[in-house]
Design a protein around this ligand. Sequence first.
Ligand SMILES: [Zn+2]
Ligand SMILES: [Zn+2]
Length: 420
Amino acid sequence: MSSVQYKALKGMQDILPPDIYIWQKVEAAAREVFSSYGFQEVRTPVAEATNVFTRSIGENTDIVEKEMYTFLDKGDRSISLRPEGTASVVRCYVEKNLHTLPPPQKFYYTGPMFRYERPQSGRFRQFYQLGVEAFGDPGPRIDAEVISMLRHCLERLGLKEIIFNVNSIGCPECRPVYREKLIEFFAGGLDRLCPDCNRRYRTNPLRILDCKVDRCIETRQGAPKVTDYLCEGCRTHFSSLLSFLELLGVSYIVNPDMVRGLDYYTRTTFEVTSKNLGAQNAVAAGGRYDRLVKEFGGPETPAIGFAMGIERIIELLKNSASHDFPRPEVFIAAIGELAARESLVMADGLRTRGFWVEVGDADNSLKSQMRRADRLSSRYVFIIGDEELKSGRLKWKKLADSEQGEISMFEISDFLIQRS
Ligand SMILES: [Zn+2]
Ligand SMILES: [Zn+2]
């Protein structure tokens, strides 16, 4: 006997019924809401040339430094599994010359992303995101629209107690000034910062602001706030955004510590957290990235987007609501060979009308077939035997309340439609 045990990779999970129905519900709700705002789906490959990610996400980010699945393919090309969605969509936007189409161009995507992270609750190495990107509109109206769209999406799913954290992290004109202020502020306290933050101090000091290590949180008390150093353009953009959010009834808090982990953001950044998840667990996050298209060799094109973490949303939904899972509409229990043949034909006919139909195994007793119908939570059971074949009338039973009756074989479909 072989003792090999095959297991899914660490941090990668199988998604099975009934959970899969919650996934489908989330995806369907997002598609509906995104479409109503004119966002259209794009599907990009799960792997890209590694430099697509290093260029956009930034060499000095945790994602690029530690978390990417990078390997050489058989042609010795460095390939990476996508750790997030934006870089691929921007690569596609530039490669396919989508900037020649009238702006704004609005896209959404969904699919698996890959990061080699320490597995912990709610974090996976293969995880799923639903994201949107809008190209060609400098905002701030579209910033507000995108944020409001995210809110509608989460509300449609029944998620409550969600909080929008919004911030502006400035632009190439004003951020360097702020960066200097931060460097000055932290210069005397480097020994109190964690090793990661000591590295960030040299590479990207803004990121010290969202370190989750206690002593870093303490050390940054009283640090200069980015919103106090915005240039005229960024300040106007930000205050207009806030007024549009108020107009649309989006409740938000301004959170100047929220700088986001990726290098490519400019001006607007935002993050949605839920009281029902730990503070580290944003349900969705995004921001404006006005320079990224140009980085990829396209024309200067303002853009904004966000991504939702599907696993976290599923976790919230599983804890917060009861779910109605699909179940068979009809179970046909057959007694005898002739009835078994007829039950196949009946089932086929009902399935073409869209009903979920299960057929009992006529080799088993009626009692055992009924048990299976019960286990499947079938809505109705129809019983067919020699007598029913002769008379053309079937007995039916509704399992939930044992209501029962008789019906002509040819009226089953109408019966089900009337009662659905
Ligand atoms: Zn600025
Ligand atoms: Zn730190």
